[in-house]
Design a protein around this ligand. Structure first.
Ligand code: UD1
Ligand code: UDP
Length: 366
């Protein structure tokens, strides 16, 4: 039995980590195929190091580009590696260009695709991720739905029940690992000079927000207004896409902001845990804030993580300045203690049980 993982970006490394770890634990042979969609050390290598993942077996060196350029470069390189490797299952996670290319080539070669985090929908077709995740679901044999809602979405779209498995979200497993690995001595006060619950944590990287000067500026202004009003600095680890745009648009961050490089996982989760409020447009950060009990404001029109809103952990404000400020004022003193809708932290184990059981027809592994 040989398994392949196709991954390419920061969140895929984090969320596939629990599944890869389970293969290591069970001694199941596997290969990691890294598209290198993300390649800067702070978006890539640091996560392999911190999570003690083995280095990728294949590096497709695809780098940055448009959707067409990235998929175009990934596709023949995946064809060559997968044809040689002949894995029995290919895992992909989420909704990036790497996921679409991986699912497309594997299924073209007749290799079953296991899609971790299947069934999410934002119903916003402007988002490249919506397109990618819908196609990935259609190409997959194993639809590994993180929540009951995701499962119901898939059933509602006519996917056969026999392909859908409710697993929980692997991000809970990853967060549990961070609690084990984190250095308890280094408080946020010592590292960043901010007290517990006395800062806002900000992340922004969605193209529909940061690629437009007219959208990005008012978002920054809204955060500045909030930060000033509540006397809470806005700690902002900047994604490379956003760094490029801030530079291009000549936007200098107001004094209320503390600009940081994109952070390693342990540092970022530590900041998430102790923030007073998270303001984000990230998918994974919405989930993590909810799991960690920190109120979140999502500066987007729609979310594919409605569970976070339903439990009261998250508010989707849209992208207008006044709406962001009003939404954040509502959330900032929100009482926490909502239930975690993303599962019990055993998604990695469950996923490997499901795939191995079906692939081996219930027989034990050679
Ligand atoms: C990608 C995914 C998005 C995911 C995000 C996670 C798609 C369509 N988008 O968006 O779904 O939420 O990753 O962070 O697949 N860059 C660097 N170094 C890197 C990577 C990128 O400097 O290691 C810069 C480049 O200027 C690049 C830009 O960031 O052009 C955007 O990178 P790209 O991978 O195209 O998209 P992301 O915005 O990272
Ligand atoms: N993250 C990180 N460092 C940062 C910002 C985010 O380690 O500076 C982690 C975060 O904890 C989450 C994941 O990256 O697990 C989310 O990735 P991102 O926001 O890039 O993508 P998305 O989830 O929106 O696809």
């Amino acid at each position: 039995m040989k398994i392949a993982f196709v991954l390419g970006t920061r969140p895929e490394i984090i969320k596939l980590f629990p599944v890869i770890r389970e293969h290591i634990r069970r001694d199941i042979p596997f290969a990691i195929i890294h598209t290198n969609q993300h390649y800067s050390p702070e978006m890539d290598a640091v996560f392999f190091q911190q999570l003690h993942l083995p280095p990728a077996d294949y590096n497709l060196e695809v780098g940055s580009g448009t959707h067409g350029e990235q998929i175009g470069r990934m596709y023949p390189r995946l064809e060559s590696v997968l044809s040689k490797l002949k894995p029995e299952v290919v895992y992909v996670e989420g909704d990036t260009n790497s996921v679409l290319a991986g699912a497309l080539m594997a299924s073209r070669l007749g290799i079953p695709v296991a899609h971790v985090e299947a069934g999410l929908r934002s119903y916003d077709r402007r988002m490249p991720e919506e397109f990618n995740r819908i196609f990935a679901d259609h190409l997959s044999e194993y639809l590994l739905a993180p929540t009951e809602k995701a499962k119901q979405i898939l059933l509602g779209e006519g996917f056969p029940e026999s392909k859908i498995y409710l697993t929980g979200n692997t991000v809970v497993d990853a967060l549990n690992e961070v609690s084990r690995l984190g250095d308890k001595q280094k408080t946020v006060e010592l590292r960043w000079g901010v007290g517990k619950r006395s800062y806002i944590l900000v992340t922004l990287h969605r193209p529909e927000n940061v690629d437009y000067n007219t959208v990005l500026r008012p978002i920054i202004e809204a955060i500045d207004e909030l930060s000033t009003k509540f006397a809470l600095p806005a700690l902002f680890p900047v994604h490379p896409r956003t760094a490029k745009r801030l530079h291009e648009f000549g936007i200098s961050l107001p004094e209320s902001f503390v600009r940081l490089e994109a952070l390693d996982y342990l540092s970022f989760v530590q900041l998430e845990k102790e923030a007073r409020l998270v303001i984000t447009d990230s998918g994974g950060v919405q989930e993590e804030a909810c799991i960690l009990g920190v109120p979140c404001v999502t500066v987007r029109l729609k979310t594919e993580r409605p569970e976070t809103v339903e439990v009261g952990a998250n508010l989707v404000t849209g992208i207008e300045k006044e709406a962001i400020v009003a939404g954040a004022e509502k959330m900032i003193d929100k009482r926490t203690g909502w239930p975690n809708p993303f599962g019990d932290g055993k998604a990695g184990e469950r996923i490997v049980d499901i795939v191995m059981e079906r692939q081996t027809g219930g027989r034990s592994l050679p």
